[in-house]
Design a protein around this ligand. Sequence first.
Ligand SMILES: [Zn+2]
Length: 352
Amino acid sequence: MKPRNAFSGIEMEGEHSRPGSRRMRRLDEPASVWREKELVDGKGVEAGVVILQTRGCSHYHNGGCSMCGYNFGSGGEVSAENLLKQFRKAADILGEIGFLKVYTSGSFLDECEVPRQVATAILETCRDRGLRLLFESRPEYVSHSKLDEILSIHSNLEVALGLESANDRILQCSINKGFTVHDYDNASSLLRQKKVDIRTYVLLKPPFLTEAEAVRDAVATIRHASEVSATISLNPVNVQNGTLVERLWKNWSYRPPWLWSVLEVLRTTKGLDAKVVCDPTGGGKERGAHNCGRCDDVILDSIRNFSLSQDHSKLGSPECTCRDLWSAVMDLEGFVAGGTVDLQRFFRRQRA
Ligand SMILES: [Zn+2]
């Protein structure tokens, strides 16, 4: 799952709607377009992000992932012509950039989702404009022949793989990811053979894990991914509409990760070869990674500064009493059947 922040430009209709209640009708409009800073070869460059409205992720038809709500915004029959128009509009909006990230609801390499002529047109545009291109794919679509075909058009690529966890039990039982760590390893070794840079998405706090288990799992996953990845993006779960995670959250059975946990993961994984970046979607909010509300902004700023500099001394550690509560949760939650109830959220609601 890729991070999605700062929606700007064209708003995604239905982004906050319940599944099926509103469908996007403007099939020629990209779901979202924005610019952001990205560290490439040690330098900050202007990156453009495009989210194309496709027919959706193939895995969504198998139930989808427990935390992913992106497909509830995907529109039914999107033609190749629609996708090309979306891409051209996005390219016009973005203007001069050095790096382009193209996301769909699922996999750029899945021809059912992104038809071949659309992928070719996007690759040719990047080649002609000298742009580094990042796209995401599930590992099952990464094959020798597919990569050869793509690399014959454009070779300045970064391919993102959403590993989420390097633990098969968590992939299966907490996320319903639909592939195994072995599948990720196969795809990543193929990409390395072809000298394509890999960006791996790591999830922090899939459902059914305690806070401490989630931190340990993210650290282990980052270590696993760092052996093959140029970049690792740590993505703390945010509660998206229509997902299993949302149902658990509404039943007081899930709390998004603490920002203290994000800091802990980033500090513990210091010294790896891969670059580690993090920009928590919905950070500081009830549905995103958050602390008590008083220390959130300082920590979020420090995480963003760290991501752009890779300087661990930039990771903030403000004095805040909520750190003691987080420490207690880390130590004790495993002994409490069913986990701890998020009382802070309850009392905040009562005051509101
Ligand atoms: Zn605090």
